[in-house]
Structure formats: structure tokens, C-alpha cells
Design a protein around this ligand. Structure first.
Ligand code: SF4
Ligand code: SF4
Length: 204
């Protein structure tokens, strides 16, 4: 990314487009079938290790639209400095969807955590938690490319809130309470600034 942004929180640049770009208020897999999970995802090698540490639990949770053969769950690891460990691993697509998506459109990694009374995102890859936001070249921004593939949440008439509001819980989790408050203050400061500049009040 050639343009860097003015604000950095926890070492991450903040692209202020997240405060104004629109998105659906909440995800509803009954409507969208979880289509953002149809393409698989690149995850950190550490996330791969965590998932493989509960391999038998995952096998038990797979339904008949998924493969219980764990050798078919992931692509070969590759070097990628965008990931914390320096190694990325792609999840495979099986039956036209990520191997971890069940036939009802739910991620079984999240289902397992909830069923086992663990934190709901314990096993879920960070990319999946943050989407429609993404960390790209050190900046928190919106994942335009992937959003454009969607048939429900990409449609303007379904987008009734901002990316930031849609992703509040995820951002609070990602940044932690203190840094999230800083992000919130930056959002308010940024919206006041652009409202003054444009003479039009920008809604939160
Ligand atoms: S991001 Fe879009 S496709 Fe994915 S679960 Fe939410 S509404 Fe559905
Ligand atoms: S790991 Fe889960 S949330 Fe991520 S793409 Fe696969 S099914 Fe979707």
C-alpha cells in the first residue's frame, strides 16, 4: 500500500474509510448462506496448528457435505510475511465451500467452541473474524475484492450501517478494550472533521 494513513493504533494503520463505507447491519446466514466462506481462506500457520490440535473434534463436527479426511483440509504452507508466523496456509474448498463450512452455512470451528463452552472465536481464523474488514499491508481497511463477490451484503439497499458499526464486537476483540476506545475517539474526531470540511453532517 503506497499511501499510509494518519492514525496508527497498536501498530496498525487505520484507513478511515471503515467509518463511512456502508455494510449490512448484521450477518444472516439464513439469507446469505455464508457465501463469504465459499472460497476458503488463508490462515496463519499458528491458527492451522490450533485447528489440527483438535482434529478429532473437528472430524466429529463435520456433516455429510464436508470431508472428514483431514489431509484434504489445507493447501501446502507458503511463505507470506503478511502473517504473524511468516507462513500462510490456505483452507481447501470442498463441495464449493470452505471445508469448515457446514451445509447450513455455519463455520464448524465457531460451532465447536460454542458447544464446548469455549470463547466463540477460539478456533476461528482472524481473517474470518474481521471480514468485511481486513489487515492489508499493515492497514485496517475494507476487503473490497471479496465483498464484491457477495450477492447479499454487497448490495447497496441491504447496507444500512457502517463497516465500523457492523464490526464493533470484532474490532473490540481485535484491538482490546483500551485501543478500541482510542479507535472510537478517532472515529468521532474524523467524522466531525469531514463534516466541517464538506458542510454536510456525516452519520455515525
Ligand atoms: S459477510 Fe456477508 S456473506 Fe458473510 S456472513 Fe455476513 S452477510 Fe453473509
Ligand atoms: S474457517 Fe470458518 S469462517 Fe473461515 S472461511 Fe472457513 S468456514 Fe468460513
Amino acid at each position: 500500500m503506497s499511501i499510509k494513513f494518519e492514525k496508527i493504533i497498536n501498530g496498525i494503520y487505520i484507513d478511515p474509510i471503515i467509518f463511512t463505507a456502508k455494510f449490512v447491519k448484521t450477518c444472516d446466514v439464513c439469507v446469505c448462506s455464508g457465501e463469504c466462506c465459499y472460497y476458503g481462506v488463508y490462515i496463519d500457520k499458528n491458527e492451522y496448528d490450533l485447528i489440527m490440535s483438535i482434529k478429532d473434534r473437528v472430524i466429529n463436527a463435520c456433516d455429510d457435505s464436508q470431508t472428514k479426511d483431514s489431509t484434504r483440509w489445507f493447501e501446502a504452507p507458503e511463505v507470506d510475511t503478511d502473517f504473524q508466523s511468516g507462513i500462510a496456509v490456505g483452507t481447501e474448498v470442498y463441495n464449493q465451500k470452505c471445508v469448515f463450512l457446514d451445509k447450513q452455512g455455519f463455520c464448524i470451528l465457531q460451532k465447536i467452541a460454542i458447544e464446548d463452552k469455549e470463547f466463540k472465536w477460539k478456533y476461528k481464523p482472524l481473517y474470518c473474524i474481521l471480514f468485511p474488514l481486513v489487515i492489508f499491508e499493515g492497514a485496517l481497511t475494507i476487503d473490497d475484492e471479496h465483498i464484491d463477490r457477495m450477492h447479499y451484503c454487497s448490495l447497496k439497499h441491504n447496507q444500512t450501517t457502517t463497516m465500523f458499526e457492523h464490526s464493533r464486537e470484532e474490532l473490540r476483540y481485535f484491538f482490546g478494550e483500551k485501543a478500541f476506545e482510542e479507535l472510537l475517539q478517532y472515529r468521532d474526531h474524523y467524522l466531525i472533521k469531514i463534516s466541517k470540511e464538506s458542510g454536510v453532517e456525516i452519520e455515525k
